[in-house]
Design a protein around this ligand. Structure first.
Ligand code: 26Q
Length: 824
């Protein structure tokens, strides 16, 4: 028998260095004589990885042995960011590595920043999936993530002459955090046709034949929990050409080039992340990605279930699959297909299993983001799935007809197939029909989906199928890792770091809101974080900003509904006001730094125009001698997770100013407040619950309410409204060329002036500017400001993603944690 392998766990700096050096010299085959920061990063990562891997194996064995219900989180995006710091903090022993690296002449900060972000996501939805993985592992839930292993993550953004330029993000050169499982593969079929047979019992059966096969290859990423030995698994699928006789035939018959071309075509499936956020674009390759990933994941899940030799009816008791938006909806007809075509279950038996297994999370009500795929495309790519979808639809519509015989047009409204030209498959309806629970991601949003896009379904299924799980964030990354000094200060008052596992403990901080030393330290930490960001701005953009100024931050994907245009118009309004001020008036004004960051989808012209305008305004304002320190406008290039970790702790005010009813939740709002920043925001998404938790005195809310939006839009269309006069003045300055070629911005201005102002920028402009003035005033009273900030942090306990995961487990998944035993 094999002798059990025991690793060398390091407890001292010397032991850590021995491990890191061993990896550098042997795993990497490099000499310590030219050990640069890249090699030091690799050695450190590999030393920590060794510790992770053993707990990972143990966790997986224990989960297999206990055979409890598992959760599978299907997401096309996992925006993980960097792994090393997180691994060190979750495993412990970071302090040892800090000392060890410093003995070798390295600073931990520099080593950490060697790592490339794992940027397999666009924004909120992908980062939520990453926070959920952290929470599921930290709470010991047996849970796997399933995703795609994109060769290129979200593009890198460069700002050149004030314009966004996209650069490919090739990130896999050296990735110590993934393990290629060359032995774990799944053949995935595309195209072909459906044949009908009669089986031995005379039953009609359908079978999907022909077409082509692409191979899915598993790449596993360990997900360590905080303060527990649980290490869960994130399985990402990479695509390859299926190896088979076909290739060899081509090869042997001299068609070498075409066999290489087949290979490349197959690899295209997992090559690149689609960079659209909140916009659906019906490209065949995207649908191929979705099916490839769903088919591989379902095959894997079913294979694991079948090993236990349980009867099929146990499947929903052993497996919970959560669909992160509609992107994995094909998993529903795929499971139905496996059960009826391959496992021989009858339709009803199979459908009962399918609809108990899935839960669906909706992240948007924007009509342009609701996924639809054309029937002809489906017919071509996935003929058997289209049949199954038609059958699901038929059963469903028959049910509706029986129960609502008097309502004739409900059938066309709720049909999965939209009767357009061409016909379209409505993925959200399929997801609702195939799941046992549907949830929104904040209270307002969950209410809205029940009264708008899914209204008829509430009538059909009753209200209990629909629920809310308000989003959260992991306090490990977004407090402890991003803001170690604040985390340490909190721990010093609360008697340790338990709050990182039970964030509601933060409420105890309220007892220190008047504590002089605590307040001073809290304020110093914020200042130090601002100094750090100021240095970053100086290093990257060459602009000096005053760290004592009010830092006003809006960082998120650029989208009209998020209204970065409202922010920059407000900045221009401020600039014009400063230009008109007397020296006395200027003295009274609090200096401000307006910081923007975020990527625009490459084809989203209006979003790119906003980026351009912000940069043009920055160019003019930042060099205007009349303005000096009173206003600086900064565009941070390539906003991503690791930059968010620097930016969130350094804000005084952050902006979450979407048109009411459009932002499903928002999660960066939570990240800013937990780091002692205040918010200017609309009554939208999770802003509403943040207000309820922290108190309305501690947040700057403005603008129209969701319930008024429809009427306001109507008034724009039918001429009963006039443009806000201050906004008109802003437009005049833009159109007179103050910020360069006015023509570049006409579409942006005209969208508001002439084309209905869909996002109600004009309606909210006065209220926005007034609220910004209130913020200036409030900031002058630093003492009160500090009280607001501290009180808010103390009341943010609700927004931990641990709370979300417990809610999902209880209300949707019906799963229990598996607490690792101590002795193993
Ligand atoms: C769909 C089809 C084809 C191509 C791309 C897409 C696609 C990709 C990404 C559609 C949507 C997304 C991303 C959506 C998203 O990030 N939504 C955000 O989710 C967060 C987590 O729940 C919320 O906090 C945000 O409010 C919501 O906008």
């Amino acid at each position: 028998a094999w002798k059990k392998f025991t690793p060398k766990p390091f407890d001292t700096a010397e032991e850590f260095n021995a491990e890191a050096v061993r990896h550098i010299e042997t795993t990497l085959a490099r000499s310590m004589y030219n050990c640069d920061e890249g090699a030091a990063y690799a050695g450190t990562a590999l030393a920590f990885r060794d510790r992770l891997v053993l707990d990972w194996n143990k966790t997986q064995q224990a989960q297999t042995f206990k055979d409890q219900k598992r959760v599978y989180y299907l997401s096309l995006e996992f925006l993980m960011g960097r792994a090393l710091d997180n691994a060190m903090l979750n495993i412990g022993k970071k302090d040892v590595a800090v000392k060890g690296l410093s003995d070798l002449g390295f600073r931990m900060e520099d080593i950490i920043s060697q790592e490339h972000d794992a940027a397999l996501g666009n924004g909120g939805l992908g980062r939520l999936a990453a926070c959920f993985l952290d929470s599921m592992a930290s709470l010991n839930y047996p849970a796997w993530g399933y995703g795609l292993r994109y060769r290129y993550g979200i593009f890198k953004q460069e700002i050149i002459d004030g314009y966004q330029v996209e650069v490919p993000d090739y990130w896999l050169d050296f990735n110590p955090w993934e393990f290629a499982r060359h032995d774990i593969t799944v053949d995935v079929q595309f195209y072909g046709y459906v044949s009908k047979y009669q089986d031995d019992d005379g039953k009609n059966v359908s079978f999907w034949e022909g077409g082509e096969i692409v191979q899915a290859c598993a790449y596993d990423v360990p997900i360590a929990g905080y303060g527990t030995s649980t290490v869960n698994n994130l399985r990402l699928w990479g695509s390859k050409a299926a190896s088979g006789e076909f290739d060899f035939q081509k090869f042997n018959s001299g068609e070498y080039e075409s066999s290489v071309a087949d290979q490349q075509r197959a690899e295209t499936i997992s090559a690149v992340l689609y960079p659209n956020d909140n916009l659906e674009r019906g490209k065949e390759l995207r649908l191929k990605q979705q099916y490839f990933w769903c088919a591989a994941s379902l095959f894997d899940i079913v294979r694991r279930f079948k090993k236990t030799q349980r009867p099929w009816k146990d499947f929903p008791n052993q497996v919970a699959i959560q669909l992160n938006d509609t992107h994995p909806t094909l998993a529903i007809p795929e499971l139905q297909r496996i059960l009826i075509d391959q496992e021989g279950l009858d339709w009803d038996e199979a459908w009962s299993i399918v609809s108990k297994t899935f839960g669906y999370t909706n992240h948007t009500v924007l009509p342009e983001a609701l996924e639809k795929w054309s029937v002809p495309l489906f017919q071509h790519l996935l003929p058997r799935h289209l049949q199954i979808i038609y059958d699901i639809n038929l059963q469903f519509l028959q049910y509706v007809e029986r129960n609502f015989p008097k309502e004739r047009d409900i059938l066309s409204r709720v049909s999965i197939i939209e009767e357009a030209n061409p016909k379209m498959v409505r993925m959200a309806y399929l997801a609702v029909i195939g799941s046992h629970k549907v949830n929104g991601v904040a209270e307002l949003h969950s209410d809205l989906i029940k009264t708008t896009i899914f209204k008829d379904f509430v009538k059909i299924y009753g209200p209990d199928k629909f629920t809310n799980v308000t989003n959260g964030i992991t306090p490990r990354r977004w407090l402890h890792q991003a803001n170690p000094r604040l985390s340490e200060l909190i721990a010093s008052k609360l008697g340790g770091y338990d709050f990182l596992k039970d964030l509601t403990l933060l409420h105890k901080l309220e007892a220190y809101v008047d504590d002089k030393d605590f307040r001073k330290e809290f304020q110093e930490i914020k200042y130090a974080n601002k100094v750090r960001l100021a240095k970053y701005i100086k290093d990257t953009l060459g602009v000096s900003v005053n760290p004592s100024a009010l830092f006003d931050v809006q960082v998120k994907r650029i989208h009209e509904y998020k209204r970065q245009q409202l922010n920059i118009f407000g900045v221009i309004h401020r600039y014009l006001a400063i230009k008109a001020m007397s020296p006395e008036e200027k003295k009274k004004l609090a200096p401000r730094v307006s910081i923007f960051g975020g990527k625009a989808a490459p084809g989203y012209w209006m979003a790119k125009t906003v980026i351009h305008l912000v940069n043009q305004v920055g160019k003019v304002v930042n060099s205007d001698k009349d303005v000096g320190d009173l206003l600086k406008v900064i565009y941070l290039e390539d906003y991503n997770v690791s930059k968010a970790e620097i930016i969130c702790p350094a804000s005084d005010i952050s902006e979450h100013i979407s048109t009411a009813g459009t932002e499903a939740s928002g999660t960066s709002n939570m990240k800013f407040v937990i780091n002692g920043g205040l918010i200017i925001g609309t009554c939208d998404g999770a802003n509403i619950e943040i207000t309820r938790e922290i108190g309305e005195n501690n947040i700057f809310l403005f603008g129209n309410l969701a319930e008024d939006v429809e009427e306001l839009r109507h008034s724009h269309m039918y001429g009963t409204y006039t443009l806000d006069p201050s906004l008109a003045a802003v437009f005049d300055s833009i159109q007179s060329g103050t910020f360069g070629d006015a023509g570049a911005f006409t579409s942006l201005v005209n969208g508001i002036v002439d084309h209905g102002d869909y996002y109600l920028v004009s309606d909210d402009f006065a209220s926005y500017c007034k609220t910004q003035d209130l913020i200036d005033e409030a900031y002058r009273n630093q003492d009160e400001w500090l009280t607001k900030a501290i009180t808010s942090v103390a009341r943010m306990g609700f927004f931990s993603s641990d709370r979300c995961i417990d809610e999902y487990a209880e209300m949707i998944w019906n799963t229990e944690p598996l607490v690792p035993s101590k002795d193993e």
